[in-house]
Design a protein around this ligand. Structure first.
Ligand SMILES: [Zn+2]
Length: 319
């Protein structure tokens, strides 16, 4: 490479592209040959039409003047226009490598994943479904797949988008709740000093007022009905359906703030959802009210509601 390149510049010996073969092949060989000669991005764009013929040439002449700003953009437009001529660049299996990144929204991940599926010519639907399911960081969405496997990838995408929408709605609700001022007065505040409120109560919207005030003393049980799913799974399924009463807030303890364990029911650190005693009792109460029968393992346990001993409420730290 030297400075005289522009003078010695030669059109690369390359078969002209007519739109009938894979445009990505043409773009890649053209770019490689031009780059060898030290061509700039502008030169790449300028010389490119000379490598086109027939349909491809027609496509190029139909582009709006000054609409191309880079060779990448030009290439993308060509590839999109002749998408039908593209050959398979990815296998269905390679989709497993596409993982949702940290901080990436479910919506963005779905869009990235979908673009990758375009590169697979004969998409294996069930592989695509599994790959999307294992690649997501979403906690709830895979549960829905586990429960009933989608019939095809289109249905899978529809479901994924539903969760992505819910995620967006939640994010905007959280934003709204972060606006200071009107924190609803809930029992959380009644039983704690404002200064000792945990970060959750500052950041997340409290449970609906109507629910927060309907809390009766906690029911504690001596025996627990065997269920078909884990506590965390059941919680994910029934959350937001209005069955669960809001949890009592956990006593603020400094050491818990740094705990790696997180309870989705309490929305606080200190224990895992799976180990949440209060959720266990809430679930049991629901089972006995006939609310969770789909999770009850043994039909024999699907008993009629029974009288429960009411334990007077006191702030517990067994969670
Ligand atoms: Zn908990």
């Amino acid at each position: 490479m030297d400075e005289s390149i522009p003078q010695r510049f030669k059109m690369p010996q390359i078969e002209p592209y007519d739109g009938s073969s894979d445009p990505l092949d043409h773009l890649q060989s053209y770019k490689a040959l031009m780059t060898l000669q030290g061509a700039t991005n502008a030169q790449l764009c300028k010389a490119f039409p000379a490598t086109l013929r027939k349909a491809a040439r027609l496509w190029f002449s139909g582009l709006k003047p000054n609409s191309i700003l880079s060779f990448e953009q030009l290439g993308r437009q060509l590839a999109t226009h002749f998408a039908a001529s593209r050959r398979q660049r990815r296998t269905s299996d390679s989709l497993f490598a596409i993982k949702q990144k940290e901080g990436e929204s479910l919506k963005d991940y779905i869009s990235r994943f979908t673009s990758a599926t375009w590169e697979v010519r004969d998409l294996d639907q069930s592989i695509a479904i599994s790959a999307l399911k294992t690649g997501t960081r979403s906690y709830k969405f895979p549960f829905s797949i586990k429960k009933s496997f989608p019939t095809d990838f289109v249905e899978m995408l529809a479901r994924a988008r539903k969760y992505a929408k819910a995620e967006e709605a939640m994010a905007s609700r959280r934003e709204a709740a972060e606006q200071p001022a009107k924190m609803q007065k809930t029992r959380h505040e009644e039983c704690s000093q404002p200064s000792s409120r945990s970060p959750w109560h500052e950041k997340e919207p409290p449970w609906p007022k109507s629910l927060a005030h309907s809390r009766s003393p906690l029911q504690k049980f001596q025996t627990y009905t065997p269920l078909t799913s884990t506590r965390a799974e059941i919680f994910m399924e029934i959350e937001g359906q209005g069955y669960l009463r809001p949890p009592w807030r956990m006593r603020p303890i400094e050491s818990r703030k740094h705990s790696k364990k997180y309870c989705h029911f309490h929305r606080d650190r200190g224990h895992d959802t799976e180990d949440c005693y209060e959720l266990r009792d809430e679930n049991e109460a629901l089972v006995r009210r006939g609310r969770l029968s789909c999770f009850v393992r043994d039909h024999a346990y699907r008993r009629e509601p029974e009288q429960q001993k009411l334990v007077p409420r006191e702030e517990r730290d067994d969670n």
